[in-house]
Design a protein around this ligand. Sequence first.
Ligand SMILES: [Zn+2]
Length: 85
Amino acid sequence: MITRLIIFILVLWIIHKLVKQARMLFFQIKKREANELIMGGEMVQDPSCRVYIPKNTAIRQKIGQHQYYFCSQECARKFYESLKA
Ligand SMILES: [Zn+2]
């Protein structure tokens, strides 16, 4: 009876360890993905406010033959209006 209890506790402990390890691995992957999003990829300049932004998160706007990248819709609008003026 006592051995069964010990085995039961041991199994619980192993499961607990595995869950902890799996969770750590999951967070490491998430962290890496976040880093790649920030660090990885090409940086482009917003022609409106001159700020550098990652290309994959920038707002794309094709004006004429040229592709422009903006940090926000507001900047895209401002730039478009400055071109028209
Ligand atoms: Zn901007």
